[in-house]
Design a protein around this ligand. Structure first.
Ligand SMILES: [Zn+2]
Length: 169
């Protein structure tokens, strides 16, 4: 399986809420696999949501493993999530975020420091993930994508909180 092309801003799909996946089918598993391969194909990419590769379903993949040494927090390894929702948020901090779909900018956004996420796993079983630190930030970013929200929608000021990207990892 080859990596999929990344859908970039301002494609309308990035502003569209995803549709709930009614049940785990071979097609859904294939989509998650393709998303995982695509995430892995981009260095320092730790998460990817369905609309970023042109899918309308509520699917996301996360793996903070590659950055676990430099970022603090939990590390559940590869998470392939179907219909993920954030059930609980705790804490608040300002963080600098970027996104594969908006490669030219980073921005300061407010995020919870700890989240509890519920989703359906690839084995069709419900999953509860308690994440803290960097992994919690990534999960919030990806769930936002499934609700048609980009990190630019979360900045307080487009003037003071958005920055042109200087280096591409
Ligand atoms: Zn993103």
């Amino acid at each position: 399986m080859k990596p999929l092309a990344i859908v970039g801003f301002p494609h309308p799909l990035l502003k569209t809420a995803g549709s709930r996946v009614p049940c785990v089918t071979p097609e859904v598993l294939k989509q998650l696999e393709a998303m995982t391969i695509t995430m892995r194909a981009h260095p320092r990419c730790v998460g990817l949501a369905a609309p970023q590769v042109g899918f309308r379903e509520r699917l996301a993949v996360v793996d903070v493993g590659p950055l676990a040494r430099e970022k603090k927090g939990t590390n559940h390894g590869l998470l392939q999530l179907i219909n993920p929702v954030i059930r609980r948020r705790e804490g608040n901090r300002t963080v600098r975020e970027g996104c594969l779909s908006i490669p030219d900018f980073t921005a300061n956004v407010q995020r919870a420091t700890r989240v509890i996420v519920q989703a359906l796993g690839v084995n069709d079983q419900p999953l509860t993930i308690e994440a803290e630190g960097f992994e919690a930030l990534v999960l919030q970013h990806e769930v936002d994508h499934l609700n048609g929200l980009l990190f630019l929608d979360r900045v307080s000021s487009l003037v003071t909180d958005v920055f042109p990207r200087k280096t591409y990892a």
